[in-house]
Write a protein that binds this ligand. Structure first.
Ligand code: ADP
Ligand code: MG
Length: 482
């Protein structure tokens, strides 16, 4: 038995998501990334004596949206709490957060592995809090610099149950949470810029045992790939310690991306006592059922719902549907196109094929696509109805639609692109194609049936993509079997 078969990892993640509100959580300072240091602050974020916070209702709305998307229970009476500690990027000396009364309790996130096997990861809680400022250690060789633009930016902290067992599952969980946040339009999910941050709690135990081992918390991963690498390193480190007769220290470790290892930051015994107490400057927020109902009506379709619709109602494969729902705007565009077409599979091929390549090559988003969903549907229907071949539609016609407002029917007739389905014309192409490779015809006749592809390719080339592939294929077979 290998060590990885002997042991099992237990992992719980804590994710911080910065919210896309216009203003900060408890002040009217602008909430915007990348501005000159210390220009987006005010007496409230600087914690001047005598100033008072005011809670931003958007933060509550966004927290409820995420809770609904994760099937959490939404709390009615929400109190705020102070988490006290001293640090240079925290001028108030405390963060406003929620302690005993997180706005969301319970819930779950559905993850899928690469084979489509599903697993539910339970959510412990989601609570609202504010970010601290940013300490910059690597700009000035002698000093740490402090930028307080981030102080007071609203955060949701999402805490998972220790249900995750592998680094892959952790990666899937982050990817899914990120996708939900983006579908809900409440966080941009950018891990490099720090708008989504993840701490990983990792322990190991002998497979088959119930009891959890001592956990280590790993911080400072700025991509989901690094979370995965940090967990992998940590699992190996812990197993090797146990195998060599050592105990695991209950500590916080920091991930070093340069060599994919973790190093000790502090021991839990030295951990801060944050002396949480109820925030006296903010009224508790009461969330009524009526308000929750109102927010439910504002919820956009979520990826799993769209996935079900695409597979069950539209008959797409799990793979096609999975690719389409990866990005919200693509999924919604596809959904719209499908209001006007009957051939959903063909529409999926257009979206996942020619359109994605065009967007990628030109660094564009689907929102920038010059072709409306109705017009794309018209193009798809012209292929579906046999007016034009798929080859011409995806190469030449698609490109013209990007720059022309003419009707598709006009473009087809002007360019003489109508699909050729007359037997005589097709047979002409076929004779030409076949006579080009006399020795391949002999090979075909002696059993190499795969050569049909070569002849079909030639027919399409000679006909400039216009040949009706279905009919041509049939006629070609007849010709070759002669
Ligand atoms: P702390 O008080 O140290 O913050 P919590 O009980 O609040 O610990 O849990 C924080 C995170 O750690 C949660 O995501 C939880 O699922 C996870 N966790 C708890 N115990 C373990 C364990 N033994 N191994 C791995 N993760 C754990
Ligand atoms: Mg914690």
């Amino acid at each position: 038995m290998t060590l990885t078969e002997k042991y099992e990892a237990v992992i719980g993640l804590e994710i911080h998501a910065q919210l896309l509100t216009k203003t900060k959580a408890y002040s009217s300072d602008e909430n915007i990334y990348g501005k000159s240091p210390n220009t987006k602050t005010s007496v409230v974020s600087l914690g001047h004596p005598g100033t008072l916070p005011k809670s931003n209702s958007k933060v509550i709305e966004y927290a409820i949206k995420l809770g609904l998307a994760m099937n959490s229970k939404i709390r009615e009476r929400n109190e705020y709490a102070r988490k006290n500690y001293f640090y240079a990027d925290l001028p108030k000396g405390y963060q406003i957060t929620q302690d005993k009364t997180p706005i969301c309790n319970g819930g779950k996130v559905l993850v899928k592995d690469k084979n489509g096997i599903k697993k539910e990861i339970n959510i412990t809680r989601i609570h609202m809090e504010e970010d601290a400022g940013k300490s910059i250690h690597d700009l000035d060789p002698f000093n740490t610099l402090v930028d307080l633009n981030r102080a007071g930016v609203p955060l949701l902290e999402i805490v998972s149950e220790p249900d995750i067992r592998t680094s892959d599952e952790a990666h899937q969980f982050i990817t899914e949470v990120r996708r939900l946040l983006k579908y809900l339009d409440i966080c941009d999910g950018n891990m490099e810029e720090g708008s989504l941050r993840c701490d990983a709690n990792v322990s190991v135990r002998l497979k088959g045992t119930e009891e959890f081992g001592t956990k280590v918390e790993v911080k400072n991963m700025n991509s989901s790939r690094n979370v995965k690498r940090a967990i992998e390193f940590e699992i190996e480190r812990q197993i090797s310690l146990i195998e060599n007769g050592f105990n695991i220290d209950h500590e916080t470790r920091s991930f070093n991306a340069a060599n994919s290892t973790t190093v000790s930051m502090r021991h839990k015994e030295e951990a801060n006592d944050y002396r949480y107490f109820p925030e006296p400057d903010l009224q508790p927020v009461i969330v009524t059922n009526l308000y929750i109902k109102k927010i439910k009506q504002l919820m956009p379709p979520l990826p799993n719902e769209l996935f079900l619709k695409f597979t069950e109602n539209f008959g797409l494969t799990d793979y096609d549907a999975g690719v389409l729902v990866e990005e919200k705007e693509i999924a919604l565009y596809f959904n719209k196109v499908c209001c006007f077409v009957k051939n959903y599979k063909l529409a999926a091929n257009f979206l996942n094929g020619v359109i994605k390549s065009y967007l990628n090559e030109n660094g564009k988003k689907i929102q920038d696509l010059e072709i409306s969903s109705e017009r794309l549907a018209e193009l798809i229907n012209s292929v579906d109805d046999g007016l034009v071949s798929n080859t011409i539609a995806t190469s030449k016609l698609f490109e013209l639609l990007l720059i022309s407002n003419k009707s598709i029917v006009d473009i087809i007739s002007e360019n003489n692109w109508k699909k050729e389905s007359s037997k005589d014309a097709l047979n002409d192409y076929i004779i030409k194609a076949v006579s080009k490779y006399p020795e391949k015809v002999i090979e075909y006749k002696s059993g190499k049936k795969g050569l049909i592809g070569l002849f079909m390719g030639e027919v399409m080339k000679i006909s400039k993509g216009q040949a009706d592939p279905k009919i041509a294929n049939k006629l070609l077979r007849t010709e070759l079997e002669k």
